[in-house]
Design a protein around this ligand. Structure first.
Ligand SMILES: [Zn+2]
Length: 243
C-alpha cells in the first residue's frame, strides 16, 4: 500500500516537473525567436561569402565639411587641377563598398578623420589612397609594425600582393612606403584587435588611366584581396599569369 502511494506521489511529481520544464522550453524558444528577429534587423539581408564580416573602408582625404575639403594629391595643367586624389579614392570606394555589401559584409564608409575610428572594432579597416602625380607606377600597403594584429595585417598584404597585383598588373612599389604610411593615424585609433592597413592604389601620374578610367579593375583587386583575407578557403586558386 505504502509502496503504491509513494509511486503515485512520485509519478505526480514527475508530471509536474515535466510541465514546468516544457514551460521553460517555450519561454526560451520565445526568447530565441526574439533574439533572431533582432539579429535579422541588424544584419544585411544579403547572404554571401562575407556574411558575418564587418569591414571599414576609409576614403582617403574625404571630410564631412565640404568647405574645408582636403583633396590630397593633385595633377594639374597650367595651374588648374585636372585630377584629385579624393576623386580617385571616392570612385574606387563607390564600387568596392556595394560589392562587399553584395557579398554579405557589413561595411562602414569612413571619413579621413572620422570619430568612429576611435576604438573601431571590425574584421578589417582599410584606408584607400593614391600617390602623387609623378611619372611612376606601382602600389604599396603598410601597417604598424608594433600592431597586436600585425600577423593578420601581413596576411592581408600578402593577399593584396597576389590578388591586387593579379587584377591591376601593377608592381609592388616597396621603396616609396613612407613613415607616414607606417605611422598612419588610423592604425593607432582602431581597437587592438582590428587589423588596420593603408593602401596606396597607384600613382596619379603613371597609373592615371587605371585609377580614373578603369576604377572597377582597381575595385576587383581590392574586393578579391579582402575575400582572400577573410574567407581564404572560398577563393579559387590564383590563375597563372597570362604573359
Ligand atoms: Zn592620400
Amino acid at each position: 500500500m505504502i509502496a503504491i502511494a509513494i509511486a503515485v506521489a512520485l509519478g505526480a511529481a514527475l508530471v509536474q516537473f515535466r510541465v514546468i520544464e516544457m514551460g521553460r522550453e517555450a519561454d526560451s524558444d520565445r526568447w530565441q525567436a526574439s533574439q533572431d528577429s533582432t539579429r535579422a534587423r541588424r544584419t544585411p539581408t544579403v547572404q554571401g561569402p562575407l556574411s558575418g564580416s564587418s569591414i571599414a573602408i576609409l576614403v582617403g582625404h574625404w571630410s564631412k565639411e565640404d568647405a574645408v575639403q582636403d583633396i590630397g594629391a593633385i595633377c594639374e595643367e597650367n595651374g588648374v587641377a585636372t585630377h584629385t586624389e579624393l576623386q580617385a579614392n571616392q570612385r574606387v570606394a563607390d564600387i568596392v563598398i556595394p560589392r562587399l555589401e553584395g557579398l554579405g559584409a557589413r561595411v562602414t564608409r569612413l571619413y579621413e578623420l572620422d570619430e568612429r575610428l576611435n576604438g573601431l572594432s571590425v574584421n578589417l579597416a582599410l584606408s584607400l589612397h593614391a600617390d602623387s602625380c609623378i611619372d611612376a607606377t606601382g602600389y604599396k600597403a603598410a601597417n604598424l609594425p608594433t600592431s597586436l594584429t600585425r600577423e593578420a595585417e601581413q596576411d592581408f598584404i600578402a593577399c593584396l600582393r597576389n590578388w591586387y597585383e593579379h587584377h591591376t598588373g601593377l608592381p609592388w612599389h616597396a621603396y616609396s612606403i613612407t613613415e607616414d604610411m607606417i605611422r598612419y593615424h588610423m592604425h593607432a585609433k582602431v581597437a587592438g584587435r582590428t587589423p588596420s592597413v593603408i593602401l596606396e592604389m597607384g600613382f596619379m601620374g603613371g597609373d592615371q588611366e587605371l585609377l580614373f578610367d578603369r576604377p572597377e579593375i582597381v575595385a576587383d583587386g581590392i574586393v578579391d584581396s579582402i575575400r582572400c583575407f577573410l574567407t581564404p578557403t572560398d577563393m579559387p586558386p590564383l590563375p597563372e599569369p597570362s604573359s
